[in-house]
Design a protein around this ligand. Structure first.
Ligand code: ACO
Length: 399
């Protein structure tokens, strides 16, 4: 038998596949997606069952280790993570060095790179103990760093984590608690955030996960790879879409142009205007996560007693788009991020934190893929081919 890379070398045969629409870069046992049928499963379990019954940390274990944890395994995992939430005190000067209006995604990616400098003796991708402790540190510290980025933007003092609280409540307290007032846990908010994070935990070879894998394929450490993944997630065509949706909804409201007029501009492709939160590379029927998020949006807003005109605009937009030939013929449906922003806003997060919340959600998936890649004997450094269209050889002018 002859493998494809040997064949490529021998024949010069290569494929040109912009956006990797039809190219598998790896094998994987983590997540299954059937885009036509709207199916998403983590390690074989349907996403709706996981979202209904599991927690963020249990799902993280499932993705990373392949099976559901026993109660003891989960308790130990949770305990270890709680004991690693503190950031090194010197990192305060890292936050001090940044402007207060720094985008929290930039703070987060730089912060995760900076974090690795405190653990230089435990970053070897080939050492299983280093991989294990890096996994725990990232899961424990990335949310704290995210909350500090939020606090910094408000000009408020950072709180130390309270490790008697659950993972989710600890995170909410770090964001919404203050030195002056104790944070009061709101179970509606905690449950909704847990569910949204679970829905984001993995999505096989999306742009940020592929980035994590590509960087990791060079045997760069887990922190460096995840920091790169955060930057890939930042863009509005990927994780940044949740922020972009809210900005779009607010613009429609504030301009007074009306939903129908806006949809006309999208259809006319006016200056690249897109209906943010619509369309997906893989889901061409519906995004199973979007259905769950839409249900959650109604529940959360009702439970919090929030009336949001942006939710009304989102619903009107969805109804118009789903009945319109432009969107039907291109198989464009709401994706997971069409309604998440409305929920995050109701919870009290500023728009610029939305993609950071996505990053916390996606972190277990990034880690699971990075680890799967490191242990797959077939892994090679990622190195795509190109079709060269430039000048043939020519003489450099004599001087
Ligand atoms: N609004 C209007 N038209 C769209 C949209 C949209 N949101 N998405 C795709 N189209 C149109 C394109 O203009 C194109 O039309 P054409 O055939 O007339 O040229 C056609 O649909 C196909 O679009 P592509 O860009 O080729 O689809 P692709 O699979 O490459 O892109 C993507 C997928 C990036 C998600 C795209 O649908 C998009 O930009 N959506 C808005 C951003 C967004 O919500 N991103 C979040 C994705 S989910 C996530 O990361 C969690």
């Amino acid at each position: 038998s002859i493998d494809i890379s040997t064949l490529t070398k021998q024949t010069g045969f290569t494929t040109l596949d912009y956006g990797f629409v039809n190219t598998s870069a790896t094998r994987s046992s983590i997540t299954y997606i059937d885009g036509d049928k709207g199916i998403l499963r983590y390690r074989g379990y349907p996403i709706d069952q996981i979202a209904e019954n599991s927690t963020y940390l249990e799902t993280a274990w499932l993705l990373i280790y392949g099976e559901l944890p026993t109660p003891t395994e989960l308790a130990e995992f949770d305990d270890r993570i709680r004991h690693h939430t503190l950031l090194h005190e010197d990192l305060k000067s890292f936050f001090d060095a940044l402007p207060h209006d720094a985008h929290p995604m930039s703070v987060l990616s730089a912060g995760i790179s900076a974090l690795s400098t405190y653990y230089q003796d435990s970053l070897d991708p080939r050492n299983p103990e280093h991989v294990e402790i890096s996994t725990i540190r990232l899961l424990a510290k990335l949310p704290v760093m995210a909350a500090y980025a939020h606090k910094k933007s408000l000009g408020q003092a950072f709180l130390y984590p309270d490790n008697s609280l659950s993972f989710i409540d600890n995170f909410l307290r770090l964001n919404f608690g203050t030195m002056a007032e104790p944070y009061v846990i709101n179970p509606v908010l905690s449950k909704a955030l847990e569910r949204l994070l679970i829905l984001h935990e993995d999505h096989e070879q999306n742009a940020s996960t592929s980035t994590v894998r590509l960087v990791g394929s060079t045997e760069a450490n887990m922190f460096a790879s995840i920091s790169a993944g955060i930057n890939a997630l930042y863009g509005p065509l990927h994780g940044g879409a949740n922020e972009a949706v809210l900005t779009m909804l607010a613009q429609i409201r504030d301009s007074g142009e009306g939903v129908e007029k806006f949809v006309e501009r999208v259809k006319n492709k006016e200056a690249g205007v897109r209906l943010m939160g619509f369309g997906h590379r893989v889901y061409k029927n519906y995004d199973p996560r979007a259905k769950l998020v839409k249900e959650a949006a109604d529940e959360v807003l009702a439970a919090l007693g929030v009336q949001d005109d942006l939710l009304d605009i989102a619903k009107e937009l969805e109804a118009i788009a789903l009945a319109d030939e432009y969107f039907i013929s291109r198989r464009l449906y709401p994706n997971v991020d069409f309604y998440t922003g409305v929920i995050y806003k109701a919870m009290g997060f500023p728009t610029r934190m939305f993609t950071v919340l996505f990053a916390i959600g996606r972190l277990p998936g990034w880690i699971a893929h990075w680890r799967e890649m490191q242990t797959d004997p077939a892994t090679k450094i990622g190195r795509p081919q190109q079709l060269y269209l430039g000048s043939p050889e020519r003489e450099f002018p004599a001087r």
